[in-house]
Write a protein that binds this ligand. Structure first.
Ligand SMILES: Nc1ncnc2c1ncn2[C@@H]1O[C@H](COP(=O)(O)OP(=O)(O)OP(=O)(O)O)[C@@H](O)[C@H]1O
Ligand SMILES: [Mg+2]
Length: 269
């Protein structure tokens, strides 16, 4: 595959005595959809927060498009898009208004703003809802709007932290399709997910994190082969490397996800 666009070297994050990310190293090539999976608390969001310049690393390095995330943080911010695990759209604004906020934030020239917003609403299938308040949107529409916000400035790398959590299967597949098209057009994607069938279908490569470490890394096929069962589904690979069953991780099924969904609903309500 093509050239490296993101590189991590011995990246480490400690919170006091606790090591959330333990000297991880890997690289991601342009146009890849790279999956970060692992049990709750594995260090996925912490890794993404370091890469998006929101959290300083304790040690180690990371660079995106050749820019160091610590030394060149402002350059990095211009070439990345980020959809956080928590809600990032404002329920009291319309879809269009939310995008306008981001267009200004990203310094998109005022002459180009309107067209760019119209195009991205169209691309994400939200044209008909552009003038409606986001608090009236479905979960799937909100996720699509958040992705539209994050790619308005045409970033090189898009970070998606659990983009489909809490969505029904139809809404989930719609999000997958949009993300795949973005990747086909050259955007590199780093996403986390708890849905193994999603990781299997979407990702060119996957890193399985466990307790801050990379337990395994490779294409879905390589990971299956590594446990000696190319016909295995990815749940089995996940269980093998994390020592955990996904039963307890099932999104939407545990308290964490319910409370997460509730928090989103509360903020929108
Ligand atoms: N600001 C912080 N202070 C102290 N500990 C933290 C902080 N942020 C995260 N942690 C801890 O670091 C670990 C990794 O958290 P992180 O959010 O990266 O996990 P995750 O893999 O994204 O999990 P999930 O699947 O639940 O989203 C957890 O044990 C968490 O409690
Ligand atoms: Mg997380």
């Amino acid at each position: 595959m093509g050239k490296k666009i993101l590189e991590l070297k011995n990246l480490t994050k400690r919170f006091g005595e606790f090591t959330a990310v333990n000297s991880i190293s890997y690289s991601i090539n342009k146009g890849e959809i790279f999956g970060l999976v692992g049990p709750n608390g594995a260090g996925k969001t912490t890794t993404i927060k370091i890469l998006t310049t929101l959290l300083p690393a304790t040690s180690g390095e990371a660079n995106i498009g050749g820019y160091d995330v610590t030394r060149n943080a402002s350059k990095v911010r211009r070439i990345i898009g980020y959809v956080p695990q928590m809600l990032s759209a404002d329920g009291n604004l319309t879809g269009y208004e939310n995008l306008l906020v981001f267009a200004k934030l990203y310094d998109i020239p005022s002459k180009e703003r309107e067209q760019r917003i119209i195009d991205s609403l169209h691309f994400m299938g939200l044209s008909d809802s552009a003038g409606k308040l986001v608090k009236s949107y479905s979960g799937g529409m909100i996720r699509r709007l958040e992705i539209a916000q994050a790619v308005l400035h045409k970033p090189l790398v898009l970070f998606l932290d659990e983009p489909t959590v809490g969505l029904d299967p139809v809404a989930r597949e719609a999000v997958w399709e949009y993300v795949k098209v973005l990747a086909e057009r050259g955007t590199t994607v780093l996403m986390t997910t708890h849905y193994m069938e999603e990781a299997d279908a979407m990702c060119s490569r996957i890193a399985i994190m466990n307790k801050g470490n990379i337990a395994a890394i490779g294409s879905p096929m390589e990971l299956k082969a590594s446990i000696g069962d190319v016909d295995a589904n990815l749940n089995k690979v996940f269980e093998y490397y994390s020592g955990k069953s996904l039963e307890s991780e099932e999104p939407g099924g545990n308290f964490k996800d319910v409370s997460r969904t509730r928090r989103v609903a509360k903020r929108l309500g």
